[in-house]
Design a protein around this ligand. Structure first.
Ligand code: HEC
Length: 165
């Protein structure tokens, strides 16, 4: 009789252990499932946010483009690598002196003739026209370099016209 009771108790305990284990397993599964679900939600929520951001950015770009057009900005046209690397950082990629609707460090040089630009460069280099930035930049350049930059910038309006077509 005692043996039977002990046997039943043992079975019961093993059964309980089994239940706890399964319960635990099921519980963990539930948690994991929830985490995955949450993750999915976050993912799709993240996607929507990203799409909205893109829309905003596109709108922003359009606004900026409109602003730039309004400012009589010349838009994009081909410039030399030399101009891009030495001048564009302050005078803009197209000499407008503007970037994203904001004035840059250097003034607008677009629209000046090659002679006007050349005169300005010579005067900066000689110090007759005082500007530390321009002087420092032009010091190591030869007059041929100045002429080349001046000729190129003098061509900007014509290049912009050609690029519009
Ligand atoms: C680090 C910024 C910077 C860089 C790079 C730079 N400039 Fe300038 N530039 C200026 C500033 C600032 C002025 C205004 C100086 C002044 O009027 O006293 C200026 C003025 C000028 C002017 C006179 C414009 C005017 O209407 O009076 C010309 C022309 C010019 N730069 C050409 C160039 C060329 C060509 C290059 C490339 C070789 C160049 N700049 C690179 C900052 C820069």
């Amino acid at each position: 009789m005692k043996n039977i009771i002990v046997g039943l108790l043992t079975l019961g305990i093993i059964g309980l252990m089994g239940l706890t284990f399964m319960g635990g397993g099921a519980f963990q599964g539930g948690e994991a499932g929830k985490v995955i679900e949450d993750f999915g939600d976050t993912m799709s929520a993240g996607n929507t946010v990203a799409i909205e951001e893109k829309d905003d950015r596109e709108k922003e770009d359009e606004k900026l483009k409109a602003l730039r057009d309004k400012a009589g900005n010349a838009g994009a046209f081909h410039v030399s690598n030399e101009y891009k690397s030495k001048c564009a950082s302050c005078h803009g990629a197209n000499g407008s002196g503007m970037q994203n609707g904001k004035p840059m460090m250097g003034p607008k040089i677009f629209g000046q003739s090659a002679e006007e630009i050349h005169t300005a460069l010579v005067e900066f280099k000689s110090g007759r026209r005082e500007n530390v930035v321009m002087k420092g930049l032009l010091m190591p350049m030869s007059d041929e370099d100045l002429k080349r930059f001046a000729d190129e910038i003098g061509e900007f309006p014509a290049r912009a016209e050609a690029a519009k077509k």
